[in-house]
Design a binder for this molecule. Structure first.
Ligand code: ZN
Length: 500
C-alpha cells in the first residue's frame, strides 16, 4: 500500500474578477467580444508603455490570502519572467517570484479517510495572464495559429499547494472548496470560461514526479490525475522508470502527452520589474474584513436550521446553492428548514444534474411554494417530485410559467385524503364555477391547438414538455375538470390526426 501511495500537489491559476486588467485600464469583460479588441500599448507591450498596478486586484489577492490563512508578506515584488512564445507579446510575463504576496496557509477539506484534512499551501502570488492562441486544426498538425491578446494582462493569482493530497478525489475536493471560498469572497466567477486553470504535480511515492500542465476544467483535473496514476503505476509494474517531465493533458482524448519543451527555472532569467516599485501592504492588510466563509456558513446552517452535517456541506459548498437555500426557507424558517434541507440536497440537485441545468434557473419562490404544498399535506412526496419535474422541464424548454399549485391541480395530484373541497380554501383552480359538459373538452383542445402552434411544432419535434404545456392550457380552459387520463388520450389522438 505505502509503496503505491499517490502524492498530488496543485498549482491553481484563478482570474480575479476585476473590471480592468492588472497593469492598464482595458476592460476584462472580453469573452463576448471580437479578438484583440481589449488591448492598449501597455498590455500589447509596445515600447515605452508603462504598467500601473491595479489596486483592486491586490486587495482581492489579499482577501484570498487572509481567507486561506496565509501570511501576507508586507513587502513583495514583481519580476519579469522571460520566455519567447507567441501568446506573450512582451516576451516576458510580469509575475512575483522570490518575493510573493503571501506564504504558508492551508485549506481544510473532507479527507479520504473521513474527517477534516488540512492541505497546506506554499504561497500565493499575483501575475498577469498571457494571451490566448487559437489553433486552426490541431495544435500538432494545424497549418497556423491565431493569437488573441484580449486575455493578456488579466489579473491572476497562482495558489500553490504542498503535495498533501493522496488521491484524485482529494484534489477535486480541494478545488471545489477553493472555488467556493473564492466565490464567497466575491473575487472570482467560476462560470466564466477559462477562469480557473490547474497544473498538477503527481508521483507515486519513491518515484520521480510528473507535472501535468494546463488542465482547464474541474472535471479535467480528476480525469488527468486518474490517467497519470494508471500510466505511472503500469510503468513501475513493468519494472520501468517514471521520467521526470512535463506533460500536457489532452481534454478530448482524456490522456496526458509528453511535451518537448523542457524549460528550467534558470531559463526564465527572472529579474525585478524595473517599472514597478516594491509593493508595501502592511497598513492595508489589517483593514481587510472577510465575509462569512463556507465553513462558518456550514456550521451556521447546522445550528440555525438543523441541517444534517452532510447536507450542510453540500448546501454551503457552492455560494449560489447556499443563497438559494436561505431564500427558500426565508418565508417560514421554522417549518421549511428541514424540508428544504432534504428536498434540495436529495432531490433538486439530482434533477438539475440530470437536465444539465444550474440552480440559477430555479426561482426560489417556486420552490418555497412547492415545499408549502408538502408542508400542508396537500401532496405526497411522489406528487412533489412530479411537480418539481414539470417546473424544471418548463424552465428548460422556455414554456410559460406555472405555479406548483397550478401543476398540482392540472395533474390532479392533490391528495384524496385532504379535507373536502367545500370546507377548505378553494384551490387555485382558475375561474372556479361548475364544470363544463364533455363536448367543450374537445372544443378546448381545438382552441388550444389553434392558439399555440409553436407548442404543437415542439411536440412534433419530440419535446415532451410541449405536451404537458398543452395539457396545462386545456386544463385551464376546462377549469381543471377534465379527467387527466381521458384528456391525455384525446389530445394524443388529436395531435396524431393533425400530423397524419
Ligand atoms: Zn491594456
Amino acid at each position: 500500500m505505502a509503496e503505491d501511495q499517490v502524492i498530488v500537489g496543485l498549482e491553481v491559476h484563478c482570474q480575479l474578477d476585476t473590471q480592468s486588467k492588472l497593469f492598464c485600464g482595458c476592460s476584462t469583460d472580453y469573452r463576448s467580444d471580437g479578438p484583440n479588441t481589449h488591448v492598449c500599448p501597455v498590455c500589447l507591450g509596445l515600447p515605452g508603455a508603462m504598467p500601473v498596478l491595479n489596486k483592486r486586484s491586490i486587495e482581492y489577492a489579499m482577501r484570498v490570502a487572509k481567507a486561506l490563512n496565509c501570511s501576507v508578506i508586507h513587502e513583495s515584488e514583481f519580476s519579469r519572467k522571460n520566455y519567447f512564445y507567441p501568446d506573450l507579446d512582451k516576451a516576458y510575463q510580469i509575475t512575483q517570484y522570490d518575493k510573493p504576496l503571501a506564504e504558508g496557509g492551508y485549506l481544510e477539506i473532507e479527507g479520504d479517510e473521513g474527517g477534516e484534512k488540512r492541505i497546506r499551501l506554499t504561497r500565493i502570488h499575483v501575475e498577469e495572464d498571457p494571451g490566448r492562441l487559437v489553433h486552426m486544426g490541431t495544435a500538432e498538425r494545424g497549418r497556423y495559429s491565431l493569437v488573441d491578446y484580449n486575455r493578456a494582462g488579466i489579473p491572476l493569482i497562482e495558489i500553490v499547494s504542498e503535495p498533501d493530497m493522496r488521491s484524485p478525489k482529494e484534489a477535486r475536493k480541494f478545488l471545489n472548496k477553493l472555488r467556493a471560498t473564492l466565490e464567497y469572497l466575491s473575487v472570482f466567477d467560476s462560470e466564466k470560461e477559462g477562469s480557473l486553470r490547474v497544473d498538477a504535480n503527481i508521483s507515486i511515492r519513491g518515484s520521480e514526479r510528473v507535472e501535468v500542465k494546463n488542465i482547464s476544467s474541474y472535471k479535467g483535473v480528476e480525469k488527468a490525475l486518474l490517467f497519470e496514476i494508471t500510466r505511472q503505476k503500469s510503468l513501475l509494474r513493468r519494472g520501468q522508470k517514471v521520467e521526470r517531465e512535463t506533460r500536457h493533458y489532452l481534454e478530448a482524448q482524456g490522456v496526458t502527452r509528453s511535451s518537448r519543451s523542457k524549460e528550467q527555472e534558470h531559463d526564465y532569467r527572472y529579474f525585478p520589474e524595473p517599472d514597478l516599485r516594491p509593493l508595501h501592504v502592511q497598513s492595508w492588510v489589517d483593514g481587510i474584513v472577510l465575509p462569512e466563509l463556507p465553513d462558518a456558513r456550514r456550521e451556521r446552517f447546522i445550528l440555525q436550521y438543523g441541517c444534517s452535517p452532510n447536507h450542510a456541506r453540500t448546501l454551503t459548498g457552492e455560494l449560489r446553492l447556499a443563497n438559494f437555500y436561505e431564500a427558500v426557507v426565508l418565508p417560514d424558517p421554522a417549518r421549511l428548514a428541514t424540508l428544504a434541507d432534504t428536498w434540495i440536497s436529495d432531490t433538486l440537485i439530482g434533477e438539475l444534474n440530470y437536465r444539465d441545468m444550474s440552480i440559477d434557473t430555479v426561482d426560489p419562490a417556486d420552490f418555497t411554494a412547492l415545499l408549502g404544498l408538502l408542508r400542508d399535506g396537500l401532496i405526497t412526496d411522489k406528487g412533489g417530485i412530479e411537480i418539481l419535474r414539470v417546473l424544471l422541464d418548463n424552465n428548460r424548454d422556455h414554456l410559460p410559467r406555472e405555479t406548483p399549485a397550478g401543476i398540482m391541480d392540472r395533474l390532479m395530484l392533490r391528495k384524496v385524503s385532504a379535507a373536502p373541497r367545500e370546507t377548505t380554501q378553494e384551490p387555485e383552480k382558475s375561474g372556479g364555477g361548475p364544470c363544463p359538459a364533455p363536448d367543450p373538452i374537445q372544443a378546448a383542445i381545438a382552441d388550444v391547438l389553434g392558439e399555440h402552434p409553436a407548442a404543437v411544432e415542439d411536440y412534433r419535434k419530440g419535446k415532451k414538455g410541449a405536451f404537458n404545456f398543452l395539457i396545462g392550457q386545456i386544463m385551464k380552459k376546462t377549469r381543471g375538470c377534465a379527467d387527466p387520463g381521458e384528456l391525455n388520450r384525446l389530445l394524443t389522438e388529436e395531435l396524431n390526426k393533425r400530423e397524419g
